[in-house]
Design a protein around this ligand. Structure first.
Ligand SMILES: [Zn+2]
Length: 466
């Protein structure tokens, strides 16, 4: 049984902040205290460092197929990128492949995920809302997949009737719905209009997905959650008005959670005015918004309305994948790389805006674990929890560049962004996988995480204005 002692760090959880030592035995946290006097196989000095629970990125996409048959970056590179950035658990969205059952799709996905350098679990994107899929849900739940993504927009959108049917079943099974909330029909109408007028550049991606198309869909998703009782995460909220709807729904006792992403907090719609095809780098759905929305979302981050911050990582390359839509913005793969920098970006900008350290931990680790059935195995620093820990140097500085990043993409939306604070050491179940900012782990060491049903729902409701 291997033992490790981490000495004299500032331990930060979602509820506490204190100076102390952590004893790890056999990959789990065995004890926490001051000046622990024990003989261990290994000792790590954490003086001057914060010790956070490992980051949990609850929204990522690995190996996404593109229209030309190519696929985005996968576990071989981007699970390492996650680790270096302070993330020890990822929840990947398995795509139900055309003509395949859910179970077959998961089996395919699992083969690739076995390479992961960090622990991982799956959500499942339902693309065929038929009886066969419906009847399979129970089987997937038994395999530990307890959340499903339903689209209200794009070519895999469900009708309200289908959403109602599936969400009612999730409620019974103790699962969660993650909803991509945008109004399909409005977007299609606008896309058609712009393309007919000859407006095909990337900026029309954003123009065809205006704020009301998200707000309307969030409202409908909340209504469906209210009617079915299905615990529902509104994924990647990009508008203040959408977030307000979520906040009001929570106050009314509807089991709703709100997710946002670093790009909606840090990047604005002026990225769609870049020269040539450059704007394609920022083609995501929903699109980037104006500065007022950024400010509103930050207020929600600070006051508790936003429950989790995920990267919505898509490892597309600019020179390959993003060129697909050169003649038609509708063909640009949606999404951007972000798995590596979520933790560091939210720490840096959060501190600038007065975010409490415990609230930071809640957003990037504890709440994702609670919402998605991983708590307290993951998401906290407590006896019995997995020893997934990030030793973070608040004094170090780093500059984000595509050249120096581990993630495979040939660009980053945050090129040349300077950050205060940097990940120094990362432990995955007690094993160092990052040392002085460099990956020292191994591919294939990540465990598949079977997740719980009927997981904790967050009760916190804030009445503060956003
Ligand atoms: Zn996504």
């Amino acid at each position: 049984m291997k033992s490790v002692l981490i000495k004299n760090g500032r331990i930060i959880t979602a509820s506490d902040q204190f100076q102390g030592d952590i004893l790890i035995q056999d990959g789990k946290i065995a004890a926490i205290g001051k000046d622990l006097k024990v003989q261990t196989d290994e000792a790590i000095d954490a003086t001057g460092k914060y010790i956070f629970p490992g980051g949990i990125d609850a929204h990522i996409h690995m190996n996404v197929p593109c229209s030309d048959g190519s696929i985005s970056a996968g576990y071989d590179t981007d699970s390492i990128a996650a680790a270096v950035g302070g993330t020890t658990t990822i929840l990947d969205y398995v795509l139900q492949e055309n003509g395949l059952s859910l179970e077959e799709s998961v089996r395919h996905w699992s083969e690739k995920a076995k390479l992961s350098a960090i622990d991982y679990g799956f959500h499942l994107i339902i693309t065929q809302a038929n009886d066969k899929t419906f009847n399979e849900l129970n089987l997937l739940v038994e395999q530990g997949i307890t959340s499903f993504k339903l689209f209200m927009a794009n070519d895999i959108a469900m009708t309200d009737r289908e959403l109602f049917r599936f969400m009612s079943e999730f409620k019974k099974l103790g699962c969660k719905a993650c909803i991509h909330a945008e109004n399909k029909e409005i977007i299609l109408a606008l896309q058609e209009k712009y393309v007919t007028e000859g407006n095909i550049s990337p900026s029309y991606h954003a123009k065809s997905r205006p704020e009301p198309s998200e707000i309307e869909a969030i409202n409908r998703a909340i209504t469906l959650s209210e009617l079915t009782g299905c615990p529902t995460l509104i994924a990647h909220i990009s508008t203040t008005k959408g977030l307000k709807l979520v906040q009001n729904a929570k106050a009314r006792g509807i089991p709703i959670h709100g997710e946002s992403c670093p790009h909606y907090l840090l990047l604005s719609e002026d990225k769609y005015e870049l020269e040539g095809h450059e704007s394609a780098k920022y083609v995501l759905s929903p699109p980037l918004r104006n500065k007022e929305n950024l400010q509103g979302l930050w207020r929600g981050v600070l006051n508790g309305s936003v429950d989790i911050i995920s990267s919505d990582h898509n490892g597309f390359s600019y020179t390959k994948h993003k060129q697909l839509g050169k003649e038609d913005f509708r063909k640009i793969p949606n999404g951007a790389p972000g798995i590596e920098h979520r933790f560091g970006l939210i720490y840096h900008y959060g501190m600038e805006k007065g975010l409490d350290l415990s609230r930071f931990v809640e957003l990037v680790s504890t709440n994702p674990a609670k919402i998605f059935g991983l708590y307290p195995q993951k998401g906290t620093i407590a006896p019995g929890s997995d020893a997934d820990l990030v030793l973070f140097n608040p004094e170090a500085e780093q500059v984000i560049t595509a050249k120096s990043q581990y993630q495979k993409s040939d660009y980053t939306p945050y090129e040349k962004t300077k950050l205060k604070g940097s990940v120094d050491t990362v432990l995955l179940r007690g094993e160092p996988i990052v040392h002085q900012g460099t990956f020292v782990g191994d591919l294939g060491k990540g465990n598949y995480l079977k997740r719980e049903r009927f997981s904790t729902s967050l009760q916190k409701v804030t009445s503060a204005e956003i």
